[in-house]
Write a protein that binds this ligand. Sequence first.
Ligand code: SF4
Length: 688
Amino acid sequence: ANMREDRIEKTKTVCTYCGVGCSFDVWTKGREVLKVEPQIDSPANSISTCVKGKFGWDYVNSDDRLTNPLVREGDHFKEVEWDEAIKVVADNFKRLKAEHGADSMGFISSSKATNEESYVMQKLARQVIGTNNVDNCSRYCQSPATKGLFRTVGHGGDAGSIEDIAKAELVITIGSNTAESHPVLASRIKRSQKLFDQKLYVFDLRKHEMGKRADEFIQPAPGTDLVWLSAVTKYIIDQGWHDKEFIDTWVNDFEEYYESLKPFTLEYAEKTTGITQEMLKQVAKEIYEAETTSICWAMGVTQHQLGSDTSTAISNLLLATGNYKKPGAGAYPLRGHNNVQGCSDFGSMPNFFPGYEKTTDDDTRQRYENLWQVDLPIEPGMDNHQMIENIHEGNLKSMFILGEDTGIVDANINYVTAGFEKLDFMVVQDLFLTKTAEYADVILPACSSLEKDGTFTNTERRIQRIYKAMEPLEGTKPDWEIIQLIAKELGYDWGYEHPEKIMEEAAFLTPLFAGVTYNRLKGYNSLQWPVAPDGTDTPLLFEDEFPFEDGKARFYSLSYEKLYETNDEYDLHVNNGRLLEHFHEGNMTYKTPGIVRKTPNAFLEVSPELAEERGIEEGALVRLTSHAGSATGEVHVTDRVAGKELYLPLNDNGKSAVNFLTDNRVDKDSNTPAYKEIAVKMDVIRKK
Ligand code: SF4
């Protein structure tokens, strides 16, 4: 479109700050963002937005934006033309493939980029390079939830819409700081509480806003959610409160599963989690009495060594009580980034093509090989975590990282950045010179969501269109265009003139998106996957059969082993999460002056009890030390945390104290770092 500098334009877009996927018109005059205006027909949010969606846009005009490709020359970067930068990337990719093979190369896609960009990234890895080493940052957050859902109900997505959560009689949130991380979704719950006495049970370590509003706020010991979930399920079955008809018709493996619950008695659960038996019974009774229960969970569940198993336990509980296949019921993993769902959906995963079709499935691979005209790699590739390990082991020689500040958001960043230094060749594509980019050999300047077309998929599997509100800042290009240029230089001329063409190809190849077209996504129209060829979408994920051969879901038996504990020396537990005003590592929101004025920096939350015990006051400076490393922080004394719990926001203006403390432990089934299992000791540097 020809955008006139002097005219006010209104363009529909989707917020880039969380998985709720609020949509709105953005008013612009040239490059200036004047305001955002949600619409009554904005599907996820209607007329609401939160502070980030409303005010978080100035970063697009930040002076820190990269506007030139950069190529390393010794210890500094040289500005080069686009042609030259692309050639350097392609030449090195060719050389590395010849010297070490395609599997010596790794690709990380971005959950901030569009579906179409995730699609071309995995196409670059698979078709052009010939490796399945492609992943995205959902590995750091929500992979365990997806795993738990695949095991039990066969689809890794929210069971219904955000609107359905608002209809539930009972909402349980576990390890979710909903009011700060998913603000508009939290408002829907708050409204339902008022309007029709929706009950809210909040399980968390920290008494955040939703904890304060809850009918019951329950603090289990860190890393023990699996135990209380299994004990509540066992108690429900023991009472005969389970949904026998639903289980008979729709779920396999009940007997075996019930047997596996034997150890999860109320006594054992009380001892392990610290939740009283009375409360466990009360929770069971609430679930039994409610017509519909929705369970929402986030990183407080997933970022543990038992993250996948705990997510599985949630789904088991919902199956046992017949809480699937009806609006208001079901599993709601709350996706963090705006496009965490879509980035995985569109194939940036080491074991899946788009639409979660396995790379090892011959028919699927054949379909791609026919269209792409190459032999494709079969065995699953490395995930993000394995990529870093394989650098240290000498197997991975290059990385291409798109829109992801891996060097501060991955766990144990001393280990990660030491890995970057060992790489033969590294490309980073981003808006800013991030900490990660400092290690790169080539930096490619990308453009923001306001400067391109495409689609995002929010937490409720809703695919929504974004439209270009302004031309790319001079010198930058959309991610999909840059990837296409690299492919072309390597001899694969894809010829996409517009993201619409990429979506056409993805829809043609992927049954899950068969009926997705830009025409059906016009304006505020949206589609929730799976989308049938005729365009019928699926607001309620399980209406008829579950996506297994026999159409039935399955119970998945679990056991519990205590994998995380504090001890006498490392006696404090550090919890971590988001701040309302800031996004993720802060590359965008800390470049937005209005937000920085309000919340200039992060801090360390300390309980009043602990502050007294250590003789420290508000504003004190302390050093935390874990097995992996140490970090300093300024103390904020608050009763949001209790006892020996600390809380450190991860939105830390590039300093990322948290990840100097996290280590290499991961969820055993998904390799998601156990960010939430950090034991530390605290030394006082300054008392107040
Ligand atoms: Fe953006 Fe999430 Fe806030 Fe909506 S709730 S405006 S998607 S950050």
